[in-house]
Write a protein that binds this ligand. Structure first.
Ligand code: SF4
Length: 101
């Protein structure tokens, strides 16, 4: 693993992996429980300390546990993931009427 790199993974921003008992993990590899759908709201789950910490680790390339050896997401420069995350929060302008002609 090179310094200045991280996994190209948006899962902790977009997905929830819900177990049979309602426990929520960020993906099928990470076993850290972010919350439980029977007890917590979606906001509480996605803004939990564990959720924030995993997002920090990915954004800073401070990979731990399953993310180090993840078979699903390739290694990329930190800037690549950061741009992808910023893109999640950037509104896409509606097409102009000219574009439909
Ligand atoms: S284990 Fe892989 S898929 Fe899961 S959060 Fe880490 S990089 Fe993303």
């Amino acid at each position: 693993m090179s310094q200045g790199e991280t996994r190209h993974c948006l899962d902790p921003w977009l997905n929830a992996f819900i177990q049979y008992n309602g426990d929520v993990n960020p993906c099928c590899f990470v076993r850290t429980v972010w919350g439980n759908v029977h007890r917590d709201t979606a906001t509480e789950i996605f803004e939990s300390a564990a959720a924030r910490e995993l997002r920090r680790q990915l954004l800073e390339g401070d990979l731990r546990g399953s993310c180090v050896f993840c078979p699903a997401r390739p290694m990329v420069p930190l800037a690549t993931l950061r741009e992808a995350v910023e893109g999640l929060f950037t509104e896409t302008p509606a097409p102009s009427s000219d574009a439909r002609e």
